[in-house]
Design a protein around this ligand. Structure first.
Ligand code: DGJ
Length: 757
């Protein structure tokens, strides 16, 4: 619901439990007033401090430049007195950089319009409402349209910006951020998700003193190192208590998020496309669209924030055929064979996999050109028939005979120096005049800002997919963008390349999902380097990390689950000793950890021991049985190994609170310790439940859900007995807890199935 209080010039956006309020001064400067728990009253203009006198006392009037330095401008501009981080920067043809935006008009309408060329949240029932407020700069004729959508079914406000050049001269946009939030609250910390390749999205909290905290990417991808997310949280914030003001950027390229505490203890947080290496020339009559920011406020800590993001992304971001469908259990040959495979080897894997409930074979890197290592063939997307005679048509036919689907890996944005494509078009890569572009992983980045290059790439993808019954694509991207120059764009448009590149990637994936509507697309970027809401709009799942070690995965998945639903987090069981860490973990634990994602295998099944092979039917059956919970369950984080250094615990609960699955991993064993009391969450306090342990190790030959049912064992949970399931009141399970028995050995996982009786 969005309301405009005409008498007081106040805009108020309400979601079920939150309000976001801003107003206009007498001079029509929009200023932020409030974001937080829902308030009914709209008359909050008194908070704009319009009458507050400046220092020193000798100055009798409120003056513009001084006022702007503390006014909580809804969309701050640079150059006219506000010395804090601004949201928009311009340069006129005269080389001048100031901009003064005043309210011009607004409209409020039901529903939400798409953002041109960009991923964005949507609402097919049009039950949300949108405010578009037009701000105008008298001197340049620039119009800045701030769009806000308030969702009716989830406590989210989304924001985006478009800039129209309504003047008669070209103008350069040097910065267009998408959102700004002001908070006046003591004792705030900033929560971000920094990381690295194979260590993505590690939760970090830092006290916000005077000055700024920044998280940003200038790598051309949202990146492993930083994440387009920032939250202000109160110092006492836990999973269940405290205030959270969060922003997540629906974009996959360079971004900037910054929080700063100013001299008056006001906090400003901004987010948008990184202004570094960004400069967009806007001709008269043209519009620039800036991507969307999702804002979430929670007054019940991080847990509520997480569930809000999950609901939004499940309902209003992820699209397409696979949105609400259980994804097939896959087996990927990367860690099984790397580049060393042929049809025979793949079919041997597929045969053993099919017998154990695995539903799809994915052929990873190395099937094309003459690629037998990292050094060649990207761009030459013809099947290497010496490895795969008969191409994918034959392989798909044989795999389909086993009752499985076939999926393939592609890296369409790249080209190897040793490739026919590069030999024919060395100018098709990002490069600057007179400089040799740098390689990373022996590859160059195709200059997708050139339409003819993007068109070629699409033709190649379409040809491969049309050649056989290919039902899944893993779209990989394995390097940062460097040498950001394009040989065809004019000199004053070189600053547009990075954003044009991103728009081209989005355009390609949009076409792909339209032309192959039932294709299951999984994005990947050397693991989780482009795991963001932008990519999620095109692919319902994203490979979370190249680190497949079950223990390392606990914290990578925890950081990822903080924002993203489990249904979109690519997670696989891999071989031990783990290829990345050398750690040995029980097969059952690897299964339990991968179960909190899209679930699959990344190993040579033909080389597993019988004991391990025999666990696979139980695991695949459990995934099938509990996938409704994994896909749609409300997520509760109970304990974090990252914090306590001993154990990890989280659960998913069905929306109607009748069923839940709890994952517990004892990471490190201790001597002289008793069972551990765990307090469950999210259940109905008045209802009664059974609690049973799910034994993934159970040998089973059947593929259906009944296999997992039979493997449930009350005693295994340590909280029932063999005389029949005990009844536990929800209140008891949540407030008093259950006892997780101490087990011998490190890396021991337990799964509990909780069912209302
Ligand atoms: C990086 C991906 O994250 C891996 O899973 C694998 O597909 C390799 N690329 C292949 O080159």
């Amino acid at each position: 619901m969005i309301h405009y209080d005409e008498a007081h010039h106040i805009f108020k956006l309400d979601t079920p439990n939150t309000s976001y309020v801003f107003g206009l001064t007498d001079e029509s400067y929009p200023g932020q007033i409030y974001y937080g728990r829902k308030i009914e009253d709209t008359d909050l203009g008194y908070l704009l401090r319009e009458d507050e006198r400046p220092q020193p006392p000798s100055v009798l009037r409120r003056e513009k430049a001084g006022y702007f330095d503390f006014y909580p401008m809804e969309y701050p501009t640079g150059g006219i007195g506000d010395a804090r981080e601004s949201c928009i920067g311009i340069r006129t043809m005269d080389g001048q950089e100031g901009l003064e935006l005043r309210y011009g008009s607004h409209q409020i309408y039901a529903g939400k319009k798409p953002l041109e060329g960009l991923p964005a949240t949507w609402d097919e029932n049009q039950s949300c409402s949108t405010l578009e407020m037009v701000l105008e700069d008298e001197v340049t004729g620039l119009r800045v349209i701030l769009s806000y959508t308030a969702f009716e079914d989830v406590d989210v406000i989304t924001r985006s910006v478009r800039v129209e050049n309504a003047g008669d001269r070209s103008i350069y946009l040097t910065k267009v951020l998408s959102a700004c939030l002001h908070v006046e609250q003591e004792h705030l910390e900033v929560l971000t998700l920094p990381g690295s390749w194979s260590r993505e999205r590690q939760i970090q909290r830092q006290k916000l003193g005077y000055g700024s905290i920044v998280t940003e990417s200038i790598r051309g991808i949202s990146s492993h190192q930083d994440h387009p997310f920032m939250a202000l949280v109160t110092e006492n914030c836990t999973q269940t208590t405290g205030d959270v003001y969060a922003m997540n950027f629906v974009y996959s390229g360079n971004f900037l998020a910054k929080a700063m505490r100013d001299q008056f203890d006001q906090i400003r947080m901004v987010m948008g496309i990184h202004p570094d290496r960004f400069c967009w020339k806007l001709e008269p009559g043209e519009t620039f669209w800036a991507p969307e920011v999702v804002m979430v406020y929670s007054d019940e800590g991080l847990g509520k924030m997480t569930r809000t993001f999950h609901s939004l992304y499940r309902r209003h971001l992820i699209r397409g055929y696979w949105k609400d469908r259980r994804r097939p259990v896959l087996i990927n040959n990367w860690e099984a064979t790397y580049f060393d495979f042929d049809t025979e080897k793949l079919l041997a894997i597929a045969r053993e996999a099919a017998e154990r409930g695995i539903e799809m074979l994915v052929v990873d890197d190395g099937w094309f050109g003459h690629r037998s290592n990292d050094d060649s063939s990207l761009g030459d997307w013809q099947v290497n028939e010496s490895k795969l005679p008969g191409g994918f048509a034959y392989l798909a036919q044989e795999v389909n005979k086993l009752g499985m689907k076939l999926g393939i890996w592609l890296e369409p944005e790249m080209v190897s120096e040793d490739s026919d494509l590069y030999r024919a078009h060395p100018d098709w890569v990002l490069r600057m005049n007179g400089r040799e572009p740098g390689q990373a992983r022996a590859q160059y980045v195709l200059d997708l800002s050139r339409p003819e290059v993007a068109e070629y790439v699409y033709g190649m993808i379409r040809d491969v997919l049309s050649s056989a019954n290919i039902e899944y694509v893993k779209w990989d991207m394995n390097r940062l963008l460097s040498d950001v120059g394009s040989l065809t764009l004019p000199s004053d448009r070189q600053g547009e390349i990075l954003h044009r590149y991103m728009l081209a990637v989005y355009g390609l994936q949009e076409r792909l999902t339209k032309d192959f509507p039932q294709l299951l697309l999984e994005n990947c970027c050397s693991g989780g380097g482009r795991f963001d809401p932008g990519m999620l709009y095109y692919s319902p799942q994203i490979w979370c990390s190249d680190d497949t070690d079950a223990i390392e995965r606990l914290s990578i998945q925890e950081g990822t689950q903080l924002l993203y639903p489990l249904s979109c987090i690519g997670a696989h069981v891999s071989i031990c000793p783990n290829h990345g860490t050398g750690r040995v973990t029980p097969f059952e634990t690897r299964g339990a950890v991968a179960l909190s994602g899209t679930f699959g295998y990344e190993l040579d099944i033909t080389r597993l021991s019988d004991e391990e092979k025999n666990q696979i039917p139980g695991q695949t059956a459990a995934y099938k049985k509990y996938s409704h919970l994994i896909r749609n369950g409300e997520y509760y984080r109970i304990a974090s190994w990252r914090e306590n250094h001993l154990y990890d615990c989280f659960m998913v609960v069905s929306e109607d609170r009748t069923e839940a699955l709890c994952t517990y991993v004892q990471v490190l064993s201790q001597i002289n310790y008793k069972s551990r009391r765990i307090r469950l969450q999210g259940l109905d306090p008045d209802a009664f439940y059974s609690v049973t342990g799910v034994t993934l190790a159970e040998t089973s030959e059947t593929e259906d859900a009944a296999a997992a049912e039979s493997s449930e064992n009350a005693a295994a949970a340590g909280c029932g007995n063999n005389a029949g399931p005990k009844r536990y009141q929800g209140a008891a399970l949540m407030y008093a807890g259950i006892l997780m028995p101490r087990v011998m050995g490190d890396f021991q996982a337990r799964l509990l199935h909780i069912m209302k009786i």
